[in-house]
Design a protein around this ligand. Structure first.
Ligand code: ZN
Length: 654
């Protein structure tokens, strides 16, 4: 349950009206049951001197694109207060024109675009205004008879406004409701099926009123046995990850681009997915309308993507007016008794936001069901927010997408050297990365929502299968496989080479790759847009060295395996190519000591030794990784079974 996080000592570090506004906004942002991912907004009325030193009455309002949890002073846009409040007197104003008016009233041209709820904030005489989409409040307002319950909870301490779409019309309706209902004892305003406002003379009063109002709603739920939910009892079943990857492929086709599909198979999510009434409770709409932008109106139940997209097109036909552009008809949430509750997004971050929102939505729905019944807004009301003119305007402004957005790569030997550099190369191109290594550092060497590091011995086929399954459920599929893990044993002439050592090298450098290719093939076949494999070979394939029999033979056999796979997998659209690096010295094997001894062996300085190739250039892990990523890109769309040297030019190879 929410409680006040106000701390006088902390608050003292935030001087001035705007400082106090930032401080208490962050307190709201710290509680996800109040605001989630850009939801909610706050404001303060203050004065700001213009260039002539004349004080201006301003409203500092949260700018769009900022999260309350992390907002800074720069996240608030100052607008002329009087003019902004007067806008509510206009009989009508399109939302596009409203935003244009608000931008024209900004006292700082570099500030972010003011929230669409700005006029509403300007209307209230109180210095501080806080607005959230608190879970407990939307739980109660989304039930039959919700308004009566709100009255029962709050009496006349809040103004109640029926649902209307956010924007100019809502501001006008609130102006009217405030004029009619507000009195000295009013501390807030409830917007049915949307959220709640509180206001006060200082930051603490407004914030603590929000906490009190939301606590009253939470207490009401608790008092009606609708707060605590039964502990989940569903066992998490085994899952067919190949079928799951197929679902992700079909969802990506519906979305028109590769998408990640992230499964939540926790007992909590599985229990929700298996509720006997899931059809009724999940197919109504979101908890508060602006979630529709992230989650779409309804989740896909089961795995019939075609039926979902057909129903989505019907919904668009039913609700749209002329001139609207239909969004992609793919769902963003998938609920299935096998897979649990899954979120779909073009990036791991986007899918994570969808997952967070839906996790809250599940709780809201289940509590509403315990209280009375879950009853979301009618579809037209949700549609109007989904197809809001301001959202439609954004469609044409989409910037350049990262090359591998929505795609998944698995990289072996990812904790150091070329493998580690590949992690960066693929992440920077927007891919989600499953990284494995025998070194446990792989688990948390990178902190990024699209990074999933798993410690695993690549020669343990069963463990690699588990790792692969885990990665598939995490991101939805496998599009690119980078076979990099390998060992470079100490030099040993054939006469001294034992069969044991030979087998150890073969096991890691060759057999493990065969096992992984075997396990990965069903996923690569269903890749988005097509499967790609890059093998990190070696200069030793075209130009073997004495003392490296096991290593050279393993890499040569792996190279031959690549050529056969190219023939066998071409019909599935899978490309497979090999890079032959040489003299990559920024890897674990090449300590300063080894470098010095090898350089001395050839009578060269270390620098001369490092660039001892035709181009006299140094070959770095990053360079090999960049080429690895490039080989997975459309540049190489018509290339398979190629062997490309990355060695600065080697006379024996040329
Ligand atoms: Zn709102």
């Amino acid at each position: 349950m929410v409680k006040s996080l106000w701390n006088d000592q902390e608050a003292a570090d935030w001087p001035g009206d705007l400082g106090q506004r930032v401080y208490s906004s962050r307190l709201l942002g710290r509680e996800p049951s109040l605001v989630l991912h850009g939801g909610g907004n706050t404001s303060v009325k203050s004065t700001l001197a213009n260039a002539f030193g004349e004080p201006q009455q301003v409203l500092y309002i949260k700018g769009s694109g900022w999260d309350l949890a992390t907002i800074e002073a720069a996240g608030f846009a100052p607008v002329h207060l009087d003019y902004t409040a007067r806008l509510a007197q206009l009989p009508s104003l399109s939302d596009t024109d409203m935003v244009r008016e608000l931008k024209a009233q900004m006292l700082d041209a570099a500030a972010p675009t003011p929230s669409v709820e700005t006029i509403l904030h300007a209307l209230m005489p109180d210095k501080f205004v806080d607005h959230t989409h608190a879970d407990a409040v939307v739980t109660i307002t989304n039930t039959p008879g919700g308004e009566d319950r709100i009255r029962e909870i709050y009496g006349d301490t809040v103004v109640i406004v029926p649902y209307i779409m956010p924007g100019f019309d809502l501001a006008r309706l609130c102006a009217k409701a405030l004029a009619e209902q507000r009195h000295d004892g009013t501390v807030g305003m409830v917007l049915m099926n949307h959220g709640i406002f509180s206001f006060g003379a200082d930051a603490r009063e407004s914030y603590e009123r929000m906490i009190t109002l939301v606590s009253q709603a939470e207490d009401y739920l608790a008092g009606h046995d609708a707060w605590d939910l039964p502990a989940p009892t569903t066992k998490v079943p085994a899952v067919d990850t190949v079928a799951y990857a197929n679902l992700r492929q079909r969802l990506s086709a519906a979305a028109g681009r590769p998408m990640l599909l992230c499964a939540d198979r926790s007992p909590r999510a599985m229990s929700f997915a298996r509720r006997p009434d899931i059809d009724r409770i999940s197919q109504q709409g979101p908890a508060t309308p602006d979630h529709v932008i992230r989650t779409k109106r309804t989740p896909l139940l089961g795995d019939d993507v075609d039926a979902y997209t057909a129903a989505y097109k019907d919904y668009f036909q039913r609700c749209a007016v002329d001139g609207l552009t239909m969004l992609d008809p793919a769902p963003r949430v998938v609920i299935s008794p096998q897979y649990g509750v899954c979120s779909l997004g073009a990036s791991a971050k986007e899918a994570g936001i969808v997952a967070d929102i839906y996790r809250h939505t599940m709780t809201i729905i289940e509590r509403a069901e315990r209280l009375a019944a879950w009853q979301a807004l009618p579809e037209q009301a949700i549609f109007d927010v989904e197809y809001w003119e301001l959202e439609q305007a954004k469609l044409n402004k989409a910037g350049n997408k990262p090359e591998f957005q929505g795609q998944v790569a698995l990289i072996t030997g990812a904790a150091s050297g070329i493998g580690r550099a590949c992690v960066d190369a693929f992440l920077s191109r927007g891919a989600a990365v499953i990284a494995t290594d025998i070194n446990p550092d792989v688990a948390d060497q990178v902190s990024h929502p699209a990074y999933h590091g798993i410690q695993c011995d690549v020669t343990d086929a069963a463990a690699m299968d588990r790792t692969l399954n885990d990665g598939i459920l995490r991101f939805g599929g496998l599009d690119m496989l980078i076979l990099n893990a390998g060992m470079f044993p100490p030099g040993r002439p054939i006469k001294d080479l034992t069969l044991d050592e030979w087998r150890r090298v073969m096991d890691l450098n060759l057999d493990a790759n065969l096992s992984l290719m075997h396990a990965a093939h069903p996923y690569l076949k269903q890749a988005c847009p097509n499967g790609r494999v890059v093998i990190i070979g070696s200069k030793n394939v075209p130009a073997p060295g004495p003392g490296a029999a096991a290593y050279s033979c393993a890499k040569a056999a792996l190279n031959q395996l690549m050529r056969v796979a190219a023939l066998e997998w071409g019909a599935d659209g899978i490309r497979i190519n090999t890079l032959h690096p040489n003299m990559v010295f920024d890897t674990g094997i090449w300590t300063d000591e080894v470098l010095q001894s090898r350089a001395a062996h050839y009578g060269l300085s270390v620098d001369e030794y490092k660039t001892n190739n035709v181009l006299h250039t140094s070959v770095t892990s990053a360079l090999v990784a960049e080429l690895t990523a490039a080989m997975c890109s459309p540049l190489f769309a018509a290339t398979t079974a190629a062997q490309v040297p990355v060695d600065g030019g080697n006379e024996r190879v040329i």
